[in-house]
Design a protein around this ligand. Structure first.
Ligand code: ADP
Length: 370
C-alpha cells in the first residue's frame, strides 16, 4: 500500500487476520501506518524511482490516498506492476474535471458543472457557485463557496493553483450520504449500507450507518449508482461515492474516492466484513466478504485534534463508562482539525449511540470533564 496514513494503518489488522503481508511505502518512519507494519519502506510517493523500488517487492500495489501522479501509475503499469485500482480508474478520483465529464457521459446525476477559465466565466456560470481545483484538494481544501457579494480576490484564489477550475451549482441539500462498495477484478461487487455523513468545515465529523430514515428507494438507487460507477470505471478495491440528498429528494454525486473511506470506518466494528478487509480481498482478487451490518445502527465520530491533552489518560474514564464503545487511535501527532482517531458505538437505539459516541469524543478532546 502506497501511503502511510491511517487508512493503511487500519488495513494492517485485516491483513494480519488474512495472513497477508502488508508492505507500506511511507514518507517517514513515524507515520501512522509505518508504526504498525514490519519494515516500512520510507520513500517519496511522488518519485518514480521510489515507487519502482517499492513495487519490486510487492505482488500487487494499492493506495491509501490519491496523490501518486497519474503518469507514474501508467509507468508502473507499463513495467508490468499490478496496480489496483488501475491508473485509468484512479484518474477519476484524482481529477474532479475528468470525474464530472465521465459521470455525466454515464448518465449519473451530478450538480450542474462547467470548467471555468477565470472570474468572468464564474460570473457567467451563476451567482451561487462552488469552485473547486480539479486536482490536489482534500478535506475541503481546494473548495470555495462564491456568491454575489464574494470579494473579487476570493473568486480569483482558485485560479492561482495553476490547475483547471471546476464550477458547480451550489446544491441545496438535506444531507450528505455515502455509498461504499467494493469490487474485485473478477467483477464481483458488494455494497455497504448507505450512510449519512456529517461534515463540519469540510471535514467529516460523524457517520451514521445506515442513513436514518433514508427511503429504501433512494438507498437502492445510491447503491446502484455506486455499483454502476465501479463497473463502468473498472474500479478494483473500495469505491466510495459521496452524494448529496437534495431538499427535493434527489441524489447527486459529489465525488469519488477509490480506497477505504472515512464514511466506511464504522464497518470495522459494525459490519461482518470491514471495508479494509474487503479492499484487500478485492485487490487480491479473492471472494468478497459480507458487507452486512452487525447491528441496526452504528455511529462513528471522528476525533479531531484540538487542544487535545495526552489522550491515553482519557481511556480509563471513557472505557469504564461505556464498555461497548470502540476506540481507534491513529498514532498521529495532534494538530487542530487533524483526524487523529475515531470512536464507534453500535446497537439499536440511535439516540443513545449518538450520545455515547459524542460523549467519548468530547471527553477525549477535553471539552467535557465527566
Ligand atoms: P474535498 O475533495 O475537499 O472533500 P468536496 O468536493 O467533497 O471536497 O467538497 C467539500 C464539501 O463542500 C462537501 O462535503 C460539501 O459539504 C461542500 N460542497 C461541495 N460541493 C458542493 C456543491 N456543489 N454544493 C454545495 N455544497 C458543496
Amino acid at each position: 500500500m502506497v501511503g502511510g496514513g491511517q487508512l493503511a494503518r487500519m488495513t494492517q489488522p485485516a491483513a494480519v487476520a488474512l495472513g497477508v503481508r502488508l508492505k507500506v511505502l511511507a514518507a517517514a518512519p513515524d507515520e501512522s501506518a509505518a508504526q504498525v507494519v514490519n519494515d516500512p519502506v520510507i520513500g517519496d510517493e511522488k518519485a518514480l524511482a521510489d515507487l519502482r523500488a517499492f513495487a519490486a517487492g510487492c505482488d500487487v500495489l494499492t493506495f491509501d490516498h490519491e496523490h501518486v501522479p497519474p503518469a507514474w501509475l501508467e509507468a508502473l503499469e507499463a513495467d508490468g506492476v499490478l496496480v489496483r485500482p488501475g491508473s485509468a480508474a484512479l484518474l477519476h478520483a484524482q481529477d474532479k474535471g475528468v470525474m464530472r465529464s465521465r459521470l455525466t457521459a454515464l448518465g449519473v446525476p451530478c450538480p450542474r458543472w462547467s470548467i471555468v477559465a477565470g472570474p468572468d466565466e464564474v460570473a457567467a456560470f451563476g451567482t451561487d457557485v462552488v469552485l473547486k481545483t480539479t486536482r490536489g484538494g482534500y478535506d475541503g481544501k481546494g473548495v470555495w463557496l462564491v456568491s454575489a457579494d464574494t470579494p473579487a480576490e476570493v473568486v480569483e484564489e482558485p485560479f492561482k493553483a495553476g490547475v483547471p477550475v471546476l464550477a458547480e451549482e451550489r446544491v441545496d441539500f438535506r444531507r450528505e450520504l455515502s455509498a461504499v462498495v467494493a469490487r474485485s477484478p473478477h467483477g464481483q461487487a458488494v455494497a455497504y449500507p448507505v450512510v449519512e455523513s456529517v461534515q463540519r468545515d469540510g471535514i467529516c465529523v460523524e457517520v451514521v450507518a445506515p442513513a436514518p430514515g433514508l427511503s429504501p428507494d433512494l438507498a437502492s438507487e445510491a447503491q446502484g449508482l455506486a455499483l454502476t460507477v465501479a463497473a463502468a470505471l473498472d474500479v478494483v478495491g473500495v469505491l466510495a461515492v459521496e452524494l448529496f440528498e437534495t431538499t427535493d429528494g434527489r441524489l447527486l454525486v459529489n465525488e469519488l474516492a477509490m480506497r477505504p473511506h472515512n464514511s466506511g470506518h464504522w464497518s470495522i466494528d459494525g459490519a461482518v466484513t470491514s471495508q479494509f478487509e474487503n479492499h484487500l480481498r478485492a485487490v487480491l482478487d479473492l471472494p468478497l466478504g459480507s458487507p452486512v451490518a452487525r447491528a441496526p445502527y452504528a455511529v462513528m465520530v471522528n476525533l479531531l485534534g484540538g487542544d487535545l491533552p495526552e489522550v491515553y489518560s482519557t481511556y480509563r474514564h471513557i472505557m469504564a463508562r461505556d464498555p461497548e464503545l470502540k476506540v481507534h487511535w491513529y498514532g498521529k501527532g495532534v494538530r487542530p482539525g487533524r483526524k487523529v482517531g475515531h470512536v464507534t458505538a453500535y446497537g439499536a437505539d440511535l439516540e443513545s449511540l449518538r450520545e455515547r459516541a459524542w460523549h467519548a469524543a468530547d471527553y477525549i478532546r477535553g471539552d467535557i470533564d465527566e
